[in-house]
Design a protein around this ligand. Structure first.
Ligand code: HEC
Length: 115
């Protein structure tokens, strides 16, 4: 009996640790335009993760102001470049001030296969 209770606590602890890995950043609003595995209004986050390579690099571009010429996806794709202003609005309202968490959350979503 005691070991069952202990393992329930361990399982609950793992669940908390699992969700904490994505930081406190809420990717809910991103879902309106992004998915993992397909383009929606914005590019597939798998494409984004591949373009940046790691969360640190993406966080760096966020921190330097997310200028259109620094954006790896928009810089190499005219279609996305033409829609950069939409993403700038999202950056200003949701990502600014949470650069590390936002970048980590994007990579965590790609690893999980869904936002
Ligand atoms: C209203 C639609 C919309 C929402 C909501 C949105 N995005 Fe985007 N996103 C876009 C579009 C369009 C692009 C393509 C333009 C661009 O790359 O700047 C894009 C591109 C991106 C890129 C790639 C930038 C590049 O070009 O290298 C990242 C990273 C990104 N979004 C992260 C996020 C995150 C994180 C959220 C949630 C906080 C989010 N987006 C919410 C529309 C949206």
């Amino acid at each position: 009996m005691k070991s069952i209770i202990v393992s329930m606590f361990v399982a609950a602890g793992l669940m908390v640790a699992g969700s904490a890995m994505a930081g406190d950043f809420n990717t809910g609003p991103c879902k309106a335009c992004h998915a993992v595995g397909k383009d929606v209004v914005g590019p597939d986050w798998k494409t984004v993760a591949t373009a940046y390579g790691d969360a640190k690099t993406l966080a760096g571009v966020f921190k330097s102001g997310f200028k259109v010429e620094d954006r790896k996806v928009a810089a190499s794709n005219a279609k996305w470049k033409g829609q950069a202003a939409t993403m700038t609005t999202m950056f200003n309202s949701n990502i600014k001030g949470h650069e590390d968490d936002a970048a980590a959350a994007l990579f965590a979503a790609v690893a999980a296969g869904k936002i």
